[in-house]
Write a new protein. Structure first.
Length: 214
């Protein structure tokens, strides 16, 4: 969010060519952030946005109502979230129902100055529609860590064009690849192994698939 709205990529590219003119961006402070997918990761984003005094919206299930109330998050329908948000951050699982949920129609409901952030799964966003929306000004910018082309090579040229745009901040599905993050992940895996070998059960939220025979 910060990199996209401060136009960091565009600024650095200009500086590398000797152009030190200042490009005006936008503050995250007190802006409206819409969170699509309100599980563990979506909720952790709420904690990280507190210091920016953001207005927080989320599309969530009834089970999230208590957390939302405690953390001053407004639960709304997707159309309202898209219409009101300055930033939309996607944290939903990829299913048959959510595939390409962000296509031309959804993108068209966002503000022209809005930023779309997808660090969840590539198939949640129709990258062809996103490319068109970024080029014609339907939305202002995007921050992308995942792409449809990771699972569908037919989208390779779309990805290449996306990452070449000055208003796209792109990383190669590397959002979790920090020294500290990988150390935490390795510790979780090790503890799960110990739990299983000592006859116990690992924490449910840490198990991707339990292949043990009972």
């Amino acid at each position: 969010m910060l990199a996209a709205d401060q136009r960091l990529r565009e600024t650095q590219e200009r500086m590398s060519r000797g152009d030190w003119s200042i490009l005006r961006g936008h503050d995250l402070y007190r802006k409206t952030v819409g969170i699509v997918g309100f599980g563990r990761i979506g909720r952790s984003l709420v904690q990280r946005l507190r210091g920016f005094d953001c207005v927080l919206l989320a599309v969530a299930t009834e089970s999230s109502r208590a957390f939302a109330k405690q953390n001053h998050v407004q639960l709304v329908e997707l159309d309202e979230l898209l219409r009101r948000s300055d930033y939309v951050s996607i944290h939903a699982p990829l299913t048959e129902e959510t595939q390409f949920m962000f296509g031309a129609e959804a993108l068209g409901k966002m503000k022209p100055e809005a930023v779309l952030v997808n660090t969840a799964r590539g198939g949640l966003v129709d990258d062809r529609a996103l490319l068109a929306a970024l080029k014609d000004g339907t939305i202002a910018a995007a921050g992308l860590d995942v792409f449809v082309s990771e699972s569908d090579p037919a989208f390779t040229s779309v990805t290449e064009e996306l990452i070449g745009l000055p208003n796209v901040i792109a990383t190669p599905h590397a959002a979790a690849s920090t020294e500290e993050g990988l150390a935490r992940t390795n510790m979780v895996a090790a503890r799960c192994v110990v739990d299983v070998l000592t006859g116990g059960d690992p924490p449910a939220q840490c198990v991707v698939a339990d292949g043990r025979r009972r």
